[in-house]
Each structure stands twice: as structure tokens, then as C-alpha cells.
Design a protein around this ligand. Structure first.
Ligand code: FAS
Ligand code: PHB
Length: 390
């Protein structure tokens, strides 16, 4: 088989890239290790920046998002029972975010891809990129016991943090920057009405909590837990009791409990690989970087990578110019590092770092006091949360 761009990974990065290329008449085959159902079963992000919404519009996948997405003009920070609303729209000249689950974004992209009949190979085994530094880039994979090879002009590594693409690059050619956090997020999804109309990020001496949602009838809640915890240690009742204890009282009273549809623990890390291009291989999305979810940037950062990469590839095929693909890495990294900073800063301000001592705890409180007393400080949060410009 031959294609113009071989995309590894059918998560939001790979699917969005495939859709934008297809809209421009560029052929791309996607190879995905898991089944479509498995990809859809992963519960992840929930907040979309306007940049991602605009990309989904351009990809022709925004109809349901526009009907079902919840436009949010603000969110709350809570510190030891005190709550402060960050008025996103007032502070950013009218911008907002949309609450719409990553699962739904992925579903919409899958449906759009199926509708135009482009090739996505699910449950592809041993996917391996070859000769991306040479003249004959190609990707091999095994399906139903038979090994296949796809010849291509370019390979897009959209296969997430644990994928094969980044691992295929020789160690000396890639720099990796990482910070692992000494805690994780235990997330619970339940068909109960959200405790608050907007998201609440709560700092508490017992640990961080986040009250989010997927709709007006489905809530997504998180609490900070030690990395030693296992999800089976947490019954639904134990989760809701702990969740309530970390929220301001008036919110805690409104928490409606119900059986969890999903419960999982995710470790938190900050990670960036540099550069993002290796000959004919490009890295995008979680294959290139990871952020702690505190800033709601993971999915949105994948979208800006895909914006830069798809623009560069379209320019290459339409105009024969390599300028866009040549500066993909530097353009994407400039925005990646700013999102890494914001996500690290939000994580540092809101979580309990027990080993960090009393001075660090006072710095967290000072951050909150500064934000609640300075429009400039609140504006920096707001402009990062709605998304810095592409
Ligand atoms: P993904 O990991 O989503 O997709 C990569 C795809 O590649 C997967 O389908 C995988 O099966 C496939 N793949 C892997 N190896 C392969 C191989 N060798 N061959 C073929 N295919 C292969 N972001 C937020 O903004 N908010 C959140 O609350 C949030 N929570 C998260 C919780 C968890 C547990 C995780 C892991 C991430 C979370 N994120 C969150 C970040 C998440 O939303 C990512 O940013 C987003 O999924 C990035 O999309 P992709 O780059 O497509 O990577
Ligand atoms: C979510 O709804 O899953 C969510 C929202 C905001 C975050 C992280 C996760 O910062």
C-alpha cells in the first residue's frame, strides 16, 4: 500500500490530522494499535479551547459539539473554603471555553473519517516506522497474522506517550525534559447533576479536588491521591465523602452521589521531547509532550500541534514549499512550553506537596491572594486557560 502521510495513532491527534488532510485532498492512512471501542472507552479531557473548536469546525466535525457542548465563561478557584471566580470572558475580551468530553470529540472524528471512506486500520500490531531519515519512509504492521508495509512521503507519530514513534528515534537525536509529580488524580464519572454550574479547582489541606462535568446530567470529579493508592481502594462512597470534604461547604452540600460509570487513577507528569521532527517523521500530541491535567491543556495542545503540522503538510503538497514542515517543530514547541508552564504552575499552586514544607504552603496561599486582589494576575490565568493564540 502507498499513501502520502501515514499516521500512527487514532486518538484525537491522529484523527484530527487525518481529517484536516482529507479536507485538503491529501491521502492519509491511520494505523491504530487498539480497537475503536477501546479508544472510545478511555475517559480523558473535558475542556476545549476555542482554537480546538475552530479546528473541529474546519474539519467538518463540530455539529454535535455546537448542539451539546456547554459554553463556560468562567471557573472557580477555591482555597481552604474561600472561592474566587475567574471571569474568563471579562478578562479576555469575551473569550470562553467549551465543556465537551474528549470521548465525544473522538467519536465525532471517527464518524467523519468513516463517512469519507478513508482508511483506518484498527488493532494493527507491531506498528514500526522505517527509514524516516532516508529516502524510502514506510511503516510496517501486522494484522491477522500477516505483515504489511505502507510506503509514504511522511510519517506522523500521533501515538501518545507510550507509543512507538518517539521510541524509534535514536537517543542522541532527541532531548527529553520531564517532571513526575508525587501524586495522581483519581477520577470518577457518574450520571449525576454537577455540583456547580462551572468548574471548581479546589486547594485543600487534605488534597486537591476538581469538580467538572460532561453535561448537565453527567459529572466528572477528581481528587488528588498518593501514587501508592489503587482504584480498588476507593469505593464510590469513600470517593464522594473525600470529594465533599475538600470542597467549599455550600458546594459540598449540593454534591449528588450516584454509581460510578468509570473510575481510574492517572499519574501526573510534565514532559517535552525536542525536536519534533526527525527527517520524514513528525511527533504530535502526547507522543511529543505531556502536561498535568490541572490546566486542561493536554488535548488542546495536541490540537495546536495538529494545526501547525497539517498547515505545513498542506503547504508542501499544494505549493511545493517545505517552509511549514521545516518550522513545524520550533513553532509547536514555542506554544508547548507556554502550556507546560501554565499546567506546572496551576499544579504547583493547587496540590498538596507534603514534603515541600510550610514556606511552600504559604507561597500557594500568596498566589491565591495575589490572584484574588490583582486583575493582572487573574488575567494571566484567564488568557492561558482560554488558550494562547496559535
Ligand atoms: P492519545 O494517547 O489520546 O492517542 C494515541 C493513540 O495511539 C491511542 O489510541 C493509542 O492506542 C495509539 N497507539 C499507541 N501506541 C501505538 C502503536 N505502537 N501503534 C499504533 N497505535 C498506537 N487532557 C486534558 O486536557 N484534561 C484531562 O483531564 C486529561 N486527562 C487525562 C487522563 C489520562 C489517563 C491520560 C493518559 C491523559 C489525559 N489527558 C487529559 C490528556 C489527553 O487528553 C491527551 O492530551 C490526548 O489524549 C492527546 O491525544 P493524542 O495525542 O491523540 O494521544
Ligand atoms: C475534565 O473534565 O476531565 C477536566 C476538566 C478540566 C481539567 C482537567 C480535567 O483541568
Amino acid at each position: 500500500m502507498r499513501t502520502q502521510v501515514c499516521i500512527i495513532g487514532a486518538g484525537p491527534s491522529g484523527l484530527l490530522l487525518g481529517q484536516l488532510l482529507a479536507k485538503a485532498g491529501i491521502d492519509a492512512v491511520i494505523l491504530e494499535a487498539r480497537s475503536a471501542d477501546y479508544v472510545l472507552s478511555r475517559i480523558r479531557a473535558g475542556v476545549l479551547e476555542t482554537g480546538l473548536v475552530e479546528l473541529l469546525e474546519r474539519a467538518g466535525c463540530s455539529d454535535r459539539l455546537k448542539k451539546e457542548g456547554l459554553v463556560h465563561h468562567g471557573f472557580c478557584l477555591a482555597f481552604d473554603g474561600r472561592a474566587q471566580r475567574i471571569n474568563l470572558s471579562d478578562l479576555t475580551g469575551g473569550r470562553s471555553v467549551v465543556v465537551y468530553g474528549q470521548t465525544e470529540v473522538t467519536r465525532d472524528l471517527m464518524d467523519a473519517r468513516a463517512a469519507i471512506g478513508t482508511v483506518t486500520i484498527y488493532e494493527a500490531e507491531d506498528v514500526t516506522p522505517h527509514d524516516f531519515d532516508g529516502s524510502r519512509p514506510r511503516v510496517s504492521y501486522r494484522k491477522d497474522g500477516i505483515t504489511h508495509e505502507i510506503e509514504c512521503d511522511f510519517i506522523a507519530g500521533c501515538d501518545g506517550f507510550h507509543g512507538v514513534s518517539r521510541r524509534s528515534v535514536a537517543g542522541a537525536a532527541i532531548a527529553q525534559f520531564e517532571r513526575a509529580y508525587p501524586f495522581g488524580w483519581l477520577g470518577l464519572l457518574a450520571d449525576v447533576p454537577p455540583a456547580s454550574e462551572e468548574l471548581i479547582y479546589a486547594h485543600h489541606e487534605r488534597g486537591f479536588a476538581l469538580a467538572s462535568m460532561r453535561s448537565t446530567t453527567r459529572s466528572r470529579y477528581y481528587i488528588q491521591v498518593p501514587l501508592t493508592n489503587r482504584v480498588e481502594d476507593w469505593s464510590d462512597d469513600r470517593f464522594f465523602d473525600e470529594f465533599r470534604r475538600r470542597l467549599p461547604e455550600d458546594v459540598a452540600e449540593r454534591v449528588v452521589t450516584g454509581p460510578s460509570l468509570e473510575k481510574s487513577i492517572a499519574p501526573l507528569r510534565s514532559f517535552v521531547a525536542e525536536p519534533l521532527r526527525f527527517g520524514k517523521l513528525f511527533l504530535a500530541g502526547d507522543a511529543a509532550h505531556i502536561v498535568p491535567p490541572t490546566g486542561a491543556k493536554g488535548l488542546n495542545l495536541a490540537a495546536s500541534d495538529v494545526h501547525y503540522l497539517s498547515s505545513g503538510l498542506i503547504e508542501y503538497y499544494r505549493e511545493g514549499s517545505a517552509g511549514g514542515i521545516d518550522n513545524y517543530s520550533s513553532r509547536a514547541l514555542a506554544r508547548i512550553w507556554k502550556a507546560e508552564r501554565f499546567s506546572w504552575w496551576m499544579t504547583s499552586m493547587l496540590h498538596q506537596f507534603h514534603e515541600a514544607g510550610d514556606f511552600a504552603a504559604r507561597m500557594q496561599l500568596a498566589e491565591f491572594d495575589y490572584i484574588t486582589s490583582s486583575t493582572a494576575a487573574a488575567t494571566t490565568i484567564a488568557e492561558n486557560y482560554v488558550g494562547l493564540p496559535f
